[in-house]
Structure formats: structure tokens, C-alpha cells
Design a protein around this ligand. Structure first.
Ligand code: NAD
Ligand code: TYD
Length: 365
């Protein structure tokens, strides 16, 4: 059984490849990833070195490449992670979001349908999407359900909403065996340090300001990436074709409170560890000062969604999936991962890694 994993060198995709490889070692995983700034082959390097995962560098908008891959591997399952994923980038430069998230998803759907019509092998096309397609909630609004009307408000959310509609349309119109998951904010290992949690961690380590948008009052529902991977696996194995499943952490926190939690966890950790104080001398925690002093309020994001919250009762009732990692534990282990993997985050931030990619694969066009 072969599975195509698009975006398997990105944050969630890489975690999923590790997760699925461990739980389903009999499956053959083929990762297709363009290795944009957000894709890091180092995140799946041990599996590649061991020959346990097959990697293809390529673009999901490349119809000829997709046709070749489907013909060669006759995939039984597709899990589609590849996307432009950062809201702030979508506000400055939306074109790439429409190209990859909308056109790329359509290319993938066309290739999957054509292959399925030839061989009948494809059992599932799973599309990984976001709760941001549902828009923004007020403090007392009920959490997003699968039936909540779409109301995307950022170019990123709009492009993901369009891709969801295309995936559903391929299910309804052509009978493609699709599922969709709409998930809340993830955090954990291999997270590119432009999103809130990894950015705060690497800035804390380097003694740099912690930029909090507006007053830090916006609320997100945080889910450890391992719980997201478990949910996707369950949907692939036991989910009903044609269905959408919301996935969330049941862990709503305002941004400033989350940043304070990270700061306090840092202070406690550094206090008892002279080695950390030696390795990261610029961190206030190394100098016996509170990390919270780095919090800096900056201009708010335009159109900043106030609150996301996800009603997880459907996936919990149907598939028995619920988040297992408590936020405090997940933040502590994530801080630990960044402490243990300094080479990873330094190389993805400095461009050193992108240079390596270009020397091995040629510069992206
Ligand atoms: P990411 O930005 O870390 O990774 C995206 C990956 O896709 C990278 O490896 C990148 O190289 C690859 N990619 C980008 N354009 C490509 C193209 N044209 N062709 C092939 N590969 C391409 O993203 P992520 O955070 O891992 O998110 C994965 C998916 O999950 C996305 O679809 C995102 O919308 C969705 N999602 C993310 C979150 C979150 O909190 N990060 C929450 C819910 C849903
Ligand atoms: P982010 O990680 O970009 O995810 P999303 O926008 O998809 O929810 O941002 C999470 C929250 O943190 C969001 O409310 C914006 C805020 N934020 C900051 O306050 N400062 C930052 O530097 C970043 C990147 C985000």
C-alpha cells in the first residue's frame, strides 16, 4: 500500500510522516514537497537515510510530475498537507497562497481522479485544513462545528476555504473518496520559527523582543501536533468518506497569557541548569532576570481574527479521538525540543539550510 504525503517536509507533515511510519510500518510513504522556506528535509532525515520513506522534490502545481508519480506508485491514499500556511505572509503576498493552496490542490485532485479512474486503487484523498475557514468568534460564541458556515477573513483562510470547497466538490461530483479535517493551531517539534510559539522560544533563547500583536487579547485553541497526527491517522483508517472532521485541543488561551506561560517555563528551567545559562547567555533567564521583560507590544495584524474555538464532539464520538497532551506539558516538551535541536532552528533561520537544498536540488524556480 502506497501513500502520497504532500508537504511532508513541513511542520505537521514531517511529524505525520514520523507518526505514520511508526504506527503503520508496512505502508510505503512517498513525500512530495517543493522545499520552500518552510520545508526542511532535516525534519525527516533519519527516515530518508534509512530508506524508510521515498522523497521527491516537486511542486503540487506540476501536472506532469503528478501524473508520473500516480502512474509510478498507484497510491491507495493521499494526505495533502502542502500549503502556504502563514497568515502574516498571506497579508503581504497573497498570490503564492492562491497558487499553491487553490491551484495546487486542484492539480492534485485532477491527478488523483485520473489515476483512480484508470486503476481504481485510490481509497482516500485526505485534505488537511484549518479552523480559520470558519472566521472569527466573539468571546461567548459557540465553538466551530462541522456545519458552521464558512467565513474566511484572511487571504490564507480564504485560500484554504477555496481548497476545501474543491475537495468537497470532487467528492460530490466525481465520487472521489475524500475526507477533510479542519484543525486549530498546532505546536510542537519542527515548527518553523515564524509562528507564535516557536518564534517566542527562539527569541527567548537569544534575548530578543517577544512581539505580541495588539494587546495580546486574541484567543487561539492550541493542539499538540502529535494529537493532530493521531486524529489524521484515525480519519484515514476509520473515518467515513465524504465527511469533514473538526480537530481541536480544547485548550483556549489568550496570546499574552500563552507568552507569559512560555516565559515562566523558561525562568524555571534556566534557574536549575547552569549549562543552559552558559549556552544561551543573552537570554534574560541566564542573567537571573524575568523573561517577561522581553514582551513587546507591536502593531496589530490587519483584520486579526479575535478567537478560534473548535467543537470536537464529532471526531470524539465517531472515532474516539481526543487530545492527550495538556498544554503545560506540551509547551515544556516543545521548549525541550528547541533546546535539544539548536542546529535545526539556527540552520532554518539563517538560510544555511536553503543553501544546502539549492546545492543538492537546484534553486527553486
Ligand atoms: P508548513 O508551512 O510548515 O509546511 C508546508 C509544507 O508544504 C512545506 O514543507 C513546504 O515546502 C510545502 N509546500 C509549499 N508549497 C508547496 C508546493 N507548491 N508544492 C509542494 N510542496 C509545497 O505548514 P504546516 O504548518 O505544516 O501546515 C500543513 C497543513 O496543515 C497546511 O495545509 C495548513 O493549512 C494546515 N494547518 C496548519 C495548522 C498549523 O497550526 N500549523 C493548523 C491547521 C491546519
Ligand atoms: P500564528 O502562530 O501566526 O497563527 P495564526 O495566525 O494562524 O493563528 O499566530 C497565533 C496568534 O499569535 C495570532 O493571534 C497572532 C499572534 N502573534 C503575535 O502576537 N505575535 C507574533 O509574532 C506572531 C507570529 C503571532
Amino acid at each position: 500500500m502506497s501513500m502520497l504525503v504532500t508537504g511532508g517536509a513541513g511542520f505537521i507533515g514531517a511529524n505525520f510522516v514520523h507518526h505514520r511510519r511508526a504506527s503503520h510500518p508496512q505502508e510505503r510513504l512517498v513525500v512530495l514537497d517543493a522545499l520552500t522556506y518552510a520545508g526542511n528535509l532535516q525534519s525527516i532525515a533519519p527516515l530518508l537515510d534509512a530508506g524508510e520513506v521515498h522523497f521527491v522534490r516537486g511542486d503540487i502545481c506540476d501536472d506532469a510530475l503528478l501524473a508520473r508519480l500516480f502512474a509510478e506508485h498507484d497510491f491507495a491514499q493521499v494526505v495533502h498537507f502542502a500549503a502556504e500556511s502563514h497568515v502574516d505572509r498571506s497579508i503581504v503576498a497573497p498570490d503564492a497562497f492562491v497558487r499553491t493552496n487553490v491551484n495546487g490542490t486542484l492539480s492534485l485532485l485532477k491527478a488523483a481522479l485520473a489515476a483512480h479512474r484508470k486503476t481504481g486503487t485510490l481509497q482516500r484523498f485526505h485534505h488537511v485544513s484549518t479552523d480559520e475557514v470558519y472566521g472569527s468568534l466573539g468571546l461567548s460564541d459557540p465553538a466551530f462545528q462541522e456545519t458552521t458556515a464558512y467565513a474566511p477573513r484572511s487571504p490564507y483562510a480564504a485560500s484554504k476555504a477555496a481548497s476545501d470547497h474543491l475537495v468537497n466538490a470532487y467528492g460530490h461530483t466525481y465520487g472521489l473518496l475524500i475526507t477533510i479535517s479542519n484543525c486549530s493551531n498546532n505546536y510542537g517539534p519542527f515548527h518553523f520559527p515564524e509562528k507564535l510559539i516557536p518564534l517566542m522560544i527562539v527569541n527567548l533563547l537569544q534575548g530578543k523582543p517577544l512581539p505580541v500583536y495588539g494587546q495580546g487579547a486574541n484567543i487561539r485553541d492550541w493542539l499538540h501536533v502529535s494529537d493532530h497526527c493521531t486524529a489524521i491517522s484515525a480519519i484515514l483508517d476509520r473515518g467515513r468518506a465524504g465527511e469533514t472532521y473538526n480537530v481541536g485541543g480544547n485548550s483556549e488561551v489568550a496570546n499574552l497569557e500563552l507568552v507569559h506561560q512560555l516565559c515562566d517555563a523558561f525562568d524555571a528551567r534556566f534557574l536549575g541548569d547552569p549549562d543552559l545559562r552558559r549556552r544561551f547567555p543573552a537570554s534574560p533567564a541566564s542573567q537571573g532576570r524575568p523573561s517577561r521583560e522581553l514582551v513587546t507590544f507591536v502593531q496589530d495584524r490587519p483584520g486579526h481574527d479575535y478567537r478560534y474555538a473548535v467543537d470536537t464532539s464529532k471526531i470524539s464520538a465517531e472515532l474516539g479521538v481526543r487530545p492527550l497532551v495538556a498544554l503545560a506539558d506540551g509547551l515544556a516538551s516543545t521548549i525541550g525540543w528547541y533546546l535539544d535541536n539548536e542546529a535545526w532552528w539556527r540552520s532554518v533561520m539563517t538560510g544555511e539550510y536553503q543553501n544546502w537544498v539549492n546545492s543538492h536540488y537546484g534553486a527553486a524556480s
